[in-house]
Design a protein around this ligand. Structure first.
Ligand code: 4AD
Ligand code: MG
Length: 460
């Protein structure tokens, strides 16, 4: 007997004598002496058509099966005379594994995303979400493949940390204290009594640790979960998300940009060629411009402009924005969207942002007012990558830390790396979920994560 998943079966070159498949019923309809079952097992978008004839001994049970029921089928896979599919399975035996009563929420109609979010435990069974999570899996492998082929080492950095890499103070605390009974000194919680003997947090980025590994192994990357307690309820922010963070010794900012651009192009091309059926679903039902946008991203060079030029372009655009912009102010989502979707009509790399409001680790430029960093902006999702050349000069780093009020003792090991064989190095962080949004056209980050964590939302 040939036991297989439907994705493999449908690729078969020839009929198969005895096949075993298990899956969930999408639809069932009756003709005179048959019941036609569309079976899906999650391995691909396509269903396998099962022909259940009234000669099956449990035919009366089969005739009552409804959407969502799970069955196991043995049969002969033959060329289908019907339209719409190459193969069908002529069942010799159908065993019912699990019934699905009429209150099964996923009936055969299109449900909207807001509703499906309330049943996140069931939505992976729909075509759209099944496709999303298959693409998510493929994208993860594509990331590892990319770096492996470039001889990068995959490193693992801590999730529990005591340092705030980004300095934005958007961290979740971790404690083993009973919060109602935490020990106090002078009215403040005494973390010296806590599990780690000091305040511990969930990491916002693996970068600082990755730098230490890059300064030993050369080219490394991390790919793992990160956490941000920023209370922004937008369609692009999650409290728990995954980040890919390559870090390269001896790379300057422009080599960093070249790698980042090539990385995005390569991931896009990988998904287009490895997930073509799933991508077609998004191109047909979610975003009509998806394929042309992905094609353009793969083939055209990303625009590159300095922050100062970006400010000029935005201010000379003749458009009104909610937030006004001048040197030193942050580019808002509306500005980013204008640059990438309207002005350039494609991906843009904005570099050399003002020093003020930038994290301590970014390398100071010779003008002493900007830093050697870059953001990559993509149409529809906005900022996908943030990266920089790191400050490798001990004296400059230390004075930046002082300026920002950071305690050197807290970062003694990081500062150490600039004392012993310091070297120019660079890296970036790519938001994995935002890449998923870009590749699928899905407009809300909550819909590319199986069980999203956002403000006031930790169901499932
Ligand atoms: O720009 P960010 O904050 O950069 C860093 O954390 C650097 N330490 C990375 C590095 O150089 N190694 O974050 C990087 C990317 C953003 O461009 C965005 O795509 C994504 O992470 N990101 C988020 N994605 C989802 N939800 C959030 N709340 C995100 N915050 C950042
Ligand atoms: Mg950023």
């Amino acid at each position: 007997m040939f036991r297989s998943k439907i994705n493999r079966l449908l690729k078969s070159e020839s009929p198969l004598d005895k096949v075993l498949v298990k899956g969930w019923i999408r639809t069932r309809r009756d003709s005179k002496s048959f019941s036609f079952i569309e079976l899906n097992d999650g391995s691909c978008l396509e269903n396998l058509q099962i022909i259940a004839s009234d000669t099956l001994e449990n035919y009366s049970q089969i005739k009552n099966l409804t959407t969502g029921a799970s069955i196991s089928v043995v049969g002969k896979m033959m060329e289908s005379p019907g339209k719409g599919q190459k193969w069908e399975l002529d069942a010799t035996d159908i065993h019912v594994l699990g019934l699905s009563p009429e209150n099964y929420p996923l009936q055969k109609k299109r449900h909207n995303d807001d509703f499906l979010r309330t049943i996140a435990h069931l939505r992976p069974r729909t075509n759209k979400y099944g496709a999303t999570f298959r693409i998510r899996s493929e994208l993860s492998f594509a990331i590892h493949k990319y770096f492996r082929e470039k001889d990068f080492y995959y490193v693992h950095t801590p999730i529990i940390t005591a340092s705030d890499c980004e300095g934005a103070g958007e961290m979740f605390n971790i404690t083993a204290f009973d919060l109602d009974n935490a020990p106090k000194v002078d009215g403040k919680t005494d973390f010296s009594m806590d599990f780690f003997g000091k305040e511990a947090k969930l990491t916002v980025s693996g970068q600082l640790s990755a730098e230490m590994l890059a300064l030993a192994l050369g080219n490394v990357y991390t790919f793992g979960p990160t956490f941000r307690a920023e209370n922004s309820n937008t369609r692009r922010h999650a409290a728990e998300f995954w980040m890919v963070e390559p870090e390269m010794a001896f790379y300057d900012l422009f080599e960093n940009m070249d790698l980042a651009e090539d990385f995005i192009k390569s991931l896009t091309s990988h998904i287009l060629s490895h997930c073509s059926n799933d991508i077609k679903l998004f191109a047909n039902f979610v975003d009509k411009n998806l394929l042309s946008r992905l094609e353009k991203t793969m083939t055209e060079r990303f625009a590159r402009i300095t922050y100062e030029d970006a400010v000029k372009i935005i201010n000379n655009s003749g458009r009104t924005f909610e937030y006004d912009l001048s040197f030193g102010k942050a580019l808002q989502a509306e500005h980013e969207r204008f640059l990438t979707e309207i002005y350039f009509g494609g991906p843009v790399i904005v570099y050399h942002y003002p020093k003020d409001n930038s994290p301590f680790y970014m390398r100071l430029n010779d003008d002493h007012r900007t830093v050697a960093n870059m953001d990559i902006l993509l149409p529809t999702v906005g900022e996908i990558i943030g990266g920089s050349q790191r400050e490798e000069r001990l004296d400059v780093l230390v004075s930046r830390m002082d300026e920002l009020g950071l305690n050197q003792q807290d970062y003694w090991w990081y500062v150490d790396s600039r004392k012993f064989g310091t070297a120019p190095h660079s890296g970036f962080g790519l938001g994995f979920e935002r890449m998923m949004m870009f590749l699928t056209g899905i407009s809300n980050i909550r819909d590319v994560i199986a069980f999203p964590r956002t403000p006031k939302n930790i169901e499932f």
